[in-house]
Design a protein around this ligand. Structure first.
Ligand code: T1G
Length: 704
């Protein structure tokens, strides 16, 4: 027997324990071991019932994602083959589900005749998050067990059910009283089934799943979701497979599911999403930081500034059950900030995402103060005051006086120099940047900005805290704009410049949303505020001398008081939330282009817009990697997916560049360097690393 399985006989029962840490992923060796153990139990006349469980308490996280794209993924016995065999065993086969049964792990449980869960178990089919669909019977067996609509919802949302809900819908037959009681509960069920001489499996509740839905259910479902899914094919394949479960007998339905799965596994969409899955786990690996790096104790947190950002940041900690002191300089600002937090929670209560009791529990964790002395015992202080260096200086000098030794002092600055901020204290080793994205209590992304002197344990501790409050932390070095905003600069520069040269804002934005970006950069600027962008640019113009012509349209809109959505006019005109093209903007662009002597063209192609905006974005990212600001290309992808609406199913700008071809990106940059005259000379400078990668024939973006 393989050491991936623990096989025990207990007077009439066979207990089969999966033992492939950490999550019993169903790679070929474990698939073979499960099949072997089940065949053995099936052939043993003394065995009257079989229990399948996770040896370490974790049941199974599904197929082995590392196998996808390789022959191992289909190596025999394939998961569908194993599960088909399990369904033909003529003894009760009980899945005892601890912690989670996800993807193929839930399909394994569905191939069993009965299922018992522990109270905190999570059961789901998250394949869609990987651009896949359940490929081992889930799309065929689940609708027959719980009905089409709950089954489809589970697969399309990719979100797991908790154990109570799983019991309610019939996915679980029984709930153990505690995790520790799971196996006993499974034994008890097994004995009952034996005593009743029960069949190997319950009768199928929805033998003909199609009978429970309207004839046009699937066409309606596709139409209702088409815009939300954009170009993604995975959800459409899920629908096709579930539709097959309503049209075909099980065997043929399984064959259709398999064909759809193979298409999905080979798709660029799935390759991109699998890249993101591993990128998120890689982001937490930092050279010089290991499991032996000591961590500082973080029990007491303080946030300076109760504005939009400070309030949102404080909510993250209250949501995680961590007490937070919120400091403001004026009483009415503090009251306003706390009232806004309460209002935010009340919205969650209205949406059914929070109970009244939870609202009060979280508000009780938030304590307002006007006195810096109250921060003396804080373990972590996060400053979220106005983005002006002189204001940050005053705050950090004060913190340096007040805070206890060893307290971590963090700035939420979105672009200012963290090393300069650290220099305002006598403890630069305790200073770090924590750049939250607005709204801070919603956005997952957190740029953790490591200063030149930031101590390793400070970095390790903040990475742990980030995970604790549900953030996706990406480490950045110190430069203007860190990773995200530094790349936003050339990307938005090209969008502005293209409007100056004759493209309309809608033409530029439509090319970008055509790539499934959530919104085009000019729409984003109207949302964030043309004025905000102008003021940030003004403060950074001093930082670097560059040709301001490219932003001249934005500057002109600012002068005209057209700040974007907030004033009803910016790059577009707004009637409520309806955005419309504004014929005045091309006129403004034409006027300032004439003043600057910039030639305009009415034939700017979508390809040019795509290449100039995207290749400049990519180029800056590669430059950041070369400078060591970003640790790895996949970190850059995570920043743009989670902070700027770059579609995860395209993989992020770096993964996209590899899909396009690094040689094509370089050729595009070189082309516009020539074609755009002095402007091209100035701005279309290929990153040296990009040139080195192409010269070396590399297809992946890495530091060489
Ligand atoms: N395959 C391979 N490795 C996996 C894995 C998997 N399915 N799930 C987790 N890991 C690794 C992960 O990379 C990390 O490795 C370690 O386990 C701990 O994970 C046929 C086709 C289960 C909720 O999508 O959602 O089944 O970094 O850090 O926060 O229809 O992992 O330590 O080297 O995430 O406690 C469907 C994916 C697959 C579940 C645990 N299943 N995993 O979260 O730990 S497709 C999934 C997760 C499929 C079938 C289809 C989470 C988790 P390392 P972790 P965690």
């Amino acid at each position: 027997m393989s050491d991936l399985i623990h096989y025990r006989l207990e007077d009439g029962l066979a207990l089969i324990g999966l033992a492939r840490p950490p999550v019993n992923s169903l790679g070929q060796p474990l698939r073979a071991a499960i099949l072997d153990a089940c065949e053995r139990a099936a052939a043993d006349a003394s065995v009257k019932a079989i229990i399948l469980h996770g040896e370490s308490g974790v049941f199974c996280a599904g197929a082995d994602i590392t196998e996808f794209g390789s022959s191992a993924s289909h190596a025999t016995p394939s998961l569908p083959e194993v599960l088909l065999r399990l369904t033909s065993i003529d003894k009760p086969l009980i899945a005892a589900i601890g912690t989670f049964a996800l993807g193929g792990g839930l399909e394994l449980a569905l191939a069993c005749g009965y299922r018992v869960g522990e109270p905190k178990a999570r059961l789901g089919l998250p394949e869609i998050n990987l651009g896949l669909l359940p490929g081992a019977g889930g799309t065929q067996r689940l609708p027959r067990l719980i009905g089409v609509e709950p089954a489809l919802d589970l697969m399309i949302s990719g979100q797991p059910l908790n154990a109570a809900r799983a019991l309610e819908v019939g996915l679980l037959d029984r709930l153990a009283g505690s995790p520790e009681a799971l196996l006993d509960s499974a034994r008890e069920l097994a004995r009952e089934l034996i005593a009743q001489n029960a069949p190997a499996r319950r009768s199928t509740p929805f033998a003909n799943p199609g009978e429970s839905i309207a004839a046009d259910f699937f066409s309606q479902f596709l139409a209702a979701n088409a815009s939300r899914w954009k170009s993604r094919q995975a959800p459409r394949r899920v629908v096709a497979a579930v539709e097959a479960s309503c049209r075909l007998p099980l065997t043929e339905g399984l064959a259709e599911e398999r064909a759809l799965f193979k298409q999905a596994e080979a798709s660029a969409e799935s390759r991109a999403l699998r890249h993101v899955f591993f990128a998120e786990r890689e982001a937490g690996r930092i050279p010089g930081i290991g499991s032996d790096t000591p961590l500082r104790k973080i029990d007491k947190v303080a946030v300076i500034g109760a504005g939009t950002m400070g309030g949102g940041i404080a909510m993250n900690f209250a949501n995680a059950g961590i007490a937070v002191k919120l400091l403001e300089v004026k009483g009415e600002a503090l009251d306003r900030g706390l009232a806004q937090i309460r209002k935010n929670y009340e919205i969650s209560v209205k949406r059914g995402k929070l109970s009244d009791a939870q609202l009060e529990q979280r508000m009780a964790l938030l304590q307002g103060t006007l006195d810096y002395a109250d921060l003396a015992d804080a373990d972590l202080v996060i400053e979220a005051v106005f983005e002006k260096m002189e204001i940050k200086e005053a705050v950090f000098r004060r913190l340096d006086e007040v805070c206890k030794p060893g307290a971590i002092l963090a700035s939420n600055t979105s672009s200012l120099d963290v090393d300069v901020i650290a220099s305002f204290t006598k403890r630069p080793q305790d200073v770090i940047g924590l750049h939250f994205f607005s709204p801070a209590n919603v956005m997952r992304l957190l740029e953790v900005v490591r200063g030149r002197e930031t101590a390793p344990d400070v970095l390790a501790t903040t990475m742990k805290v980030a995970k604790q409050i549900g953030k996706l932390a990406v480490v950045s070095g110190v430069c203007f704009g860190f990773i995200g905003n530094r790349m936003l600069e050339p990307y938005s520069r090209e969008a502005h410049r293209l409007v100056l040269e004759g493209a309309t804002p809608a033409q530029v934005d439509n090319v970008l949303t055509g790539l499934d970006l959530n919104m085009g950069v000019l729409t984003m600027l109207d949302l964030a505020g043309v004025d905000v962008n102008f003021l940030v640019r003004q403060s950074n113009l001093a930082a670097s001398s560059h040709d301001a012509s490219y932003h001249i349209v934005g500057d002109e809109l600012y002068k005209l008081g057209r700040y974007g959505q907030k004033t009803g006019r910016g790059f577009y005109v707004y009637e409520g939330r309806d955005r419309k093209d504004d014929p005045e903007v091309p006129e403004i662009a034409a006027r300032v282009a004439a003043e600057l002597g910039v030639a305009r063209r009415d034939n700017i192609s979508n390809e040019e817009i795509h290449d100039r905006c995207l290749f400049m974005l990519i180029n800056e990212g590669i430059q950041l990697l070369d400078e060591g600001i970003a640790l790895r290309a996949s970190d850059i992808d995570l920043v743009w997916i989670n902070g700027y609406g770059f579609p995860a199913h395209v993989g992020g700008p770096m993964h996209y560049a590899e899909t396009v071809g690094l040689d094509k990106v370089l050729a595009g940059i070189q082309r516009y360097r020539k074609e755009l005259g002095a402007y091209g000379e100035m701005w279309f400078q290929p990153a040296s690393l990009l040139e080195r990668l192409v010269a070396a024939g590399k297809t992946r973006i890495e530091k060489i």
